[in-house]
Structures are given as structure tokens and as C-alpha cells.
Design a protein around this ligand. Structure first.
Ligand code: FE
Length: 310
């Protein structure tokens, strides 16, 4: 098997100000499948084509934002090895017992110098995508409800110490740098797009003075028409749209940014290209071209992109 180590983004625990309003957004408008509720009152959801039990967990809280972002790793041995590697690197890790999250095995949690909690885990109950494993249908009728993204694709997180974060992801967790935006002086990365796979990014970070901020969680659509249809559904449901539909220069992704009812930004997204880990040089955007990186047709560095986070 060519793919080892960290496999993919697996879950995001998102804070919402009103749980049922959050559920209406993520289940009824986004079209995710509700798969459970736990004793703490958290609500678990998944995108239709995800096979694991959950990818989005909603927790009601006084402030919006991201509690943690989790990556699934290949197996238990990988989990133990990455835990040891993180500690050897000098990061403190915490083991969260299996079952603390519904249908999810033991997690290794650590705090990045950007102020974000990242988790690794290897076990989550397979519930399937509704198509079966024998003579499967090409899509589940669950995908017809709401926006209906395929999966949780990536997140963009804002916080300090992006250079240190980059080192942890590349030197310890096996990610590679796919694209970056330079700071105005051209001597450091203002924003980085990192991949652990064949995807154009699995996580991204941007330099920001306040730690632990969420810019967006992104949900994958299969076609550009589906991204446009997502925009129609947002408007029908009065979901506030931030940017798009348009294309990012960075990653070439076709996108809409919008906000959930609590002010957490999310993205419906498709496209991009397929980088390989032997692409030794990342694609680089100079600061004066940041606007094209964000919104290629309009070449515009939207104010909200830089300033609105949760
Ligand atoms: Fe994105």
C-alpha cells in the first residue's frame, strides 16, 4: 500500500451557539447525515460518501469556533509511532480514551504553536455510505438532501507561529508543502497549504495574531455545477455567503465561502490538482498577488478573508 501514516482529515468538532439551529444548518441545509448524539449533548454527523461514523461534531458553547481537528492514521502502530515522534520532537501529547467520542477509538491530542488542538486516531466504526459493498450504486439518495457534499475535505486555521506549525506537519507528521503565500517582505510564509495525500491540501494555516482561530472547514462537492447548486441552496435558506462562487488561484479550487448560523465559515469546494510528494518546490504566491490566490477571476483580496474568523 502506497498510502501510510496520516491518511486524511477525519473529524472537526465545531462549537455552535445554538445546538438545534446548528443541526438544522449542517443536517438540513448542508445535507449531512445525523449519526448520533452523546451524553454530553454533542451531535455527530457525516457526509454521505464517508464510510466512518462521523466527521462533523457539533457542541453547543458560548462562543463559536473549532474545538479540535482530527486526522485518521493508518493503524494503531502508526498512532503509537506518531505519538512517540511528536513527544520526541518536544510536543506534549494527551491520550483520550476510546469511546469519549461516539464510535471512535483512542485519540492522541496535541496543541500546535498556532493554538489549535490536533488529534490523531486510527479507529472509527465503519457505517458505510449507503451504497453497499457489492454491486454498489454510484451515489446514495442521502446525497440528494440539501447541499450534499461528498466528504469533509480540509480546514484553514488562523493563528501565530506558522513556520513552527509547518515544521511539525512536514518533519513529524509526513505532510508536504504544496503552496504558500509569502509575507510582504518575501522572507517568510504568511499562509501554507499542506498535503498528506494526493489532494491539493488536507490542512492550511495562515499567520494571525490570535491563536486557535477557525477560518473555514471545507466540504468537497463532485462538480462545479454542484458548487453552483450549493450557492442556490444557500440563498434559498438565507445562508450568508462570504465569497464566490469563484475559483481560488491557490490550489485552483472552485469555491463558495459562507457562514453557519453561529458565524463559523465553511466552504463548498471542488477541483484543484493532484500533487505528489516528489514535487520538491511548492507553488509560491507573492504578497502582491495574494488577491489572485484568493479569487482568481476578480483578483481581489476580500477584506473578510483576512479579518473574519471564529
Ligand atoms: Fe478551503
Amino acid at each position: 500500500m502506497a498510502m501510510t501514516g496520516v491518511l486524511r482529515p477525519g473529524h472537526a468538532q465545531i462549537r455552535v451557539l445554538d445546538l438545534e439551529e446548528g443541526v438544522r444548518h449542517y443536517r438540513d441545509v448542508m445535507g449531512l447525515v445525523e449519526t448520533g448524539r452523546d451524553a454530553q449533548g454533542r451531535v455527530y454527523l457525516k457526509c454521505w460518501d464517508e464510510r466512518d461514523h462521523n466527521s462533523v461534531i457539533l457542541r453547543q458553547a458560548e462562543s463559536a469556533g473549532l474545538d479540535f481537528f482530527g486526522f485518521k492514521v493508518l493503524d494503531k502502530e502508526t498512532l503509537d509511532k506518531l505519538d512517540a515522534d511528536l513527544q520526541a520532537y518536544g510536543l506534549k501529547t494527551e491520550r483520550i480514551p476510546a469511546g469519549e467520542m461516539l464510535e471512535t477509538g483512542e485519540r492522541v491530542r496535541f496543541l500546535l504553536p498556532s493554538g489549535h488542538f490536533i488529534e490523531l486516531y486510527s479507529e472509527k466504526t465503519t457505517v458505510g455510505n449507503g451504497c453497499g459493498l457489492v454491486n454498489p450504486a454510484p451515489w446514495s439518495q442521502e446525497s440528494e438532501r440539501g447541499i450534499g457534499p461528498v466528504r469533509l475535505d480540509h480546514a484553514l486555521l488562523y493563528g501565530p507561529n506558522v513556520a513552527e506549525v509547518q515544521k511539525i506537519f512536514t518533519d513529524v507528521l509526513g505532510f508536504f508543502l504544496v503552496e504558500r503565500v509569502l509575507n510582504p517582505e518575501g522572507n517568510a510564509n504568511l499562509a501554507i497549504w499542506l498535503s498528506c495525500s494526493h489532494k491539493v491540501h488536507d490542512i492550511a494555516f495562515a499567520e494571525y495574531p490570535e491563536p486557535g482561530k477557525l477560518h473555514h472547514c471545507s466540504f468537497l462537492m463532485e462538480t462545479w455545477e454542484e458548487v453552483l447548486r450549493a450557492g442556490d441552496i444557500m440563498s434559498m435558506n438565507k445562508v450568508p455567503v462570504d465569497i464566490g462562487p469563484t475559483r481560488h488561484g491557490v490550489t485552483r479550487g472552485c469555491t463558495i465561502y459562507a457562514w453557519d448560523p453561529s458565524g463559523n465559515r465553511f466552504e463548498t469546494f471542488m477541483g484543484g490538482y493532484q500533487p505528489y510528494p516528489d514535487y520538491k518546490e511548492p507553488l509560491t504566491w507573492t504578497f502582491d498577488n495574494f488577491g489572485q490566490g484568493l479569487d482568481y477571476p476578480q483578483r481581489k483580496l476580500h477584506e473578510t478573508f483576512m479579518t473574519v474568523v471564529s
